[in-house]
Design a protein around this ligand. Structure first.
Ligand code: ZN
Length: 226
């Protein structure tokens, strides 16, 4: 249960739907937010549990999550999902490109220390990215596949995971992460699809990736012989 305080103390907004986005987390269980009225508000959270309460739906009736057959945890279809369905929204924190670069460096450093180096930052537009590294964003658990059954699409500033075809209940949801070719060695792929190129890169660059992998392996063999 969250209590809102709008502008001056004692002035209360109508309901929590007025919250547009979290501005920054304050000390003492408070969140500073922008409400629809354009007024800066402070949300005081009664319990620690309330901090993780979604401000906007971050899961959906179509899915359930648990152990993945590809990597770590994953998301599966709970019921039959028709082709073209907006399955779940990929939610998170809207950040500037500069902040995204800073967080990317932290992620790489975390990976070098053996920690979680999963990528959760999505490109939203020319100025902003979306950092989905939050527990309330269930879509962050969807794994990559080289033969995906979903795609990620930005619709009016929101990122949706959309079914590419009919997905039967129990099937794991996947989409193409679309990583750049230049960092291919950083992202091994375990999707197990016959189309798998061994590393996660954007679908249209997979042919070039296969050539790079072949060349790298040939070089390794030559080095081992010498
Ligand atoms: Zn793969």
């Amino acid at each position: 249960m969250a209590f809102l305080k709008r502008g001056e103390p004692g002035e209360w907004p109508q309901n929590t739907r007025k919250i547009r986005r979290i501005r920054r987390r304050k000390a003492g269980g408070e969140l500073s937010v922008d409400c629809r009225a354009g007024v800066s508000c402070v949300v005081r959270l009664k319990t620690k549990r309330a901090i993780n309460k979604p401000l906007r739906a971050a899961t959906s009736r179509w899915i359930s999550h648990g152990a993945s057959s590809i990597h770590g945890r994953g998301v599966r279809a709970r019921v039959l999902i028709p082709a073209g369905t907006r399955v779940v929204e990929y939610t998170g924190e809207r950040i500037t490109k500069a902040e995204a670069d800073r967080r990317e460096k932290l992620r790489l450093a975390r990976g070098r220390r053996g920690g979680d180096d999963c990528v959760y930052i999505f490109e939203l537009n020319a100025r902003h990215d979306l950092d989905g590294r939050t527990r309330r964003n269930v879509a962050r658990l969807i794994n990559h596949s080289c033969a995906p059954n979903c795609r990620a699409e930005t619709i009016r500033g929101r990122i949706w995971i959309i079914a590419l075809r009919e997905i039967p209940p129990g099937e794991e949801l996947t989409f193409d992460y679309g990583f750049a070719l230049k960092d291919w060695r950083l992202h091994p792929c375990r999707c197990g699809s016959p189309k798998c190129a061994g590393y996660i890169v954007s679908g249209w660059q997979r042919r070039r990736l296969r050539r790079l992998v072949r060349e790298a392996r040939a070089l390794e063999r030559r080095t081992a012989i010498n």
